[in-house]
Design a protein around this ligand. Structure first.
Ligand SMILES: [Zn+2]
Length: 417
């Protein structure tokens, strides 16, 4: 293989992944527009026409904007690589004659800052125009920038030293560097998962223990019935940023927390909250978290083994617009180019995720009343303006959760079984 083969191969995947995503999104927009006039029969007594049309308009607006974003990021990736942008940045920083590790850290920070700035107009538009227009946004510009500064500081304090460590392992040139990187990356991820609920999440949100006696009682009964221990049920002030509601589990090992957005708590009845929680517990009890960690570990091991082979093939750098190969350029190219190819595996990951959602729903149906989960889901779909009528192909490609009609039909079937 030659540099030219790599270049043509990359251009092929770049264009193919763009066309595929563009086509799927167009299909989704058309499908939703075609079903906008009427609420699907199964929901006609539960969801108003107004809410149905709002969900359609919201999804179409976001999809159309997504295509603009996709076009921009595709062109940008071509400029970074084939256009010589990465090499230009590397040359600029090399002029300071730092050690290879510091140069690598600086190039990666530079790339992140430039990408962050270029992405900002899109992120501002999404929050302050689209979310605002549909009544979901609660952020002010001041809060938006405060969040950004906090995120940058967290990255600088935690992410950059770890990045330096990884580059040091890569620079060491031991033939097993990729195994050491894999081990440290895995350890680091586990540590972050463990630290996240009590040390990182509180930087951005306030967490207050759930006090409401009746609900607290219901929840501890459910936890006991399912044999689950956590160190607390917390309410998060999600309403300060957005009116979208959610519930999740966070943490790892002995530092697990159950978190409800205050927005969710305000819109659901106690029985419905219990059912939503039972669904989340189902993810734990059916070992979805462990499976996810194991597959993440395997995929990163495979990725690093591949990178260890690619790192010495100078024609690959050349084919991707980098004339001066280095270990940090290998890492950057790998991070930038892999998604263009791995996007084609998306349907597989979505399928696995939807399988887990069905299993968690079954667990909830066994341990609480499935009807409560159904009414909770209908409320959540309505309040979050999730469309009931996505294009089936688009949905099977992207959706980590089954569309509402499919999910509710499944819940009804396990409930009567
Ligand atoms: Zn779930």
């Amino acid at each position: 293989m030659t540099a030219l083969d790599i270049q043509y191969g990359f251009i092929f995947f770049l264009i193919a992944s763009y066309i595929l995503q563009f086509w799927l999104t167009q299909r989704n927009v058309r499908h939703i527009a075609a079903h906008r006039a009427e609420v699907p029969a199964a929901f006609s007594d539960k969801i108003s026409l107004e809410a149905h049309q709002k969900a359609a308009d919201y999804t179409i607006t976001r999809n159309k904007f997504g295509v603009i974003e996709l076009s921009f990021s595709t062109i940008l990736l071509a400029i970074w690589t084939l256009g010589g942008g990465l090499q230009y940045l590397d040359d600029l920083i090399r002029a300071y004659n730092l050690s290879p590790i510091y140069t690598g850290v600086a190039v990666i920070i530079g790339l992140s800052i430039i990408s962050g700035i270029l992405d900002m107009p899109f992120s501002l538009y999404k929050t302050f125009v689209i979310e605002e227009k549909f009544g979901f946004n609660r952020l002010t510009l001041k809060m938006y920038f405060t969040d950004m500064i906090k995120q940058t500081l967290v990255m600088l304090i935690i992410g950059v030293p770890f990045l330096g460590f990884v580059l040091w392992l890569m620079d060491d040139a031991s033939p097993y560097w990729w195994l050491y990187v894999w081990g440290s990356w895995f350890g680091f991820s586990m540590l972050m998962m463990w630290l996240y609920p009590s040390f990182i999440a509180p930087i951005f949100n306030k967490f207050t223990p759930l006090e409401e006696a009746e609900l607290k009682n219901k929840i501890s009964n459910l936890l006991e019935r399912c044999g689950f221990t956590s160190n607390g049920v917390f309410i998060m002030d999600g309403s300060k940023r957005s009116s979208h509601g959610n519930a999740y589990f966070t943490g790892f090992g002995n530092n697990k927390r159950i978190v409800f957005f205050d927005t969710l708590l305000n819109s659901l009845q106690h029985d419905e909250i219990e059912a939503v929680l039972a669904h989340e517990l189902g993810h734990f009890k059916r070992n979805h978290i462990k499976k996810r960690i194991a597959s993440m570990a395997l995929m990163s091991l495979g990725g690093l083994a591949l990178l260890a082979w690619l790192i010495d093939q100078t024609f690959i750098y050349e084919g991707l617009g980098v004339t001066q190969p280095s270990f940090y350029m290998a890492l950057i190219l790998f991070m930038l180019v892999t998604p263009v190819i791995s996007i084609f595996l998306n349907p597989l990951f979505s399928l696995l995720s939807r399988k887990h959602e069905f299993e968690a729903d079954e667990f909830a149906a066994q341990n609480t009343d499935a009807n409560h989960l159904i009414t909770a889901l209908v409320k959540l779909y309505e309040e979050n303006s999730n469309t009931l009528t996505p294009d089936p192909l688009y949905s099977s490609f992207y959706d980590s959760h089954p569309p509402a009609p499919v999910r509710i039909a499944h819940l009804k079937s396990v409930n009567t079984a």
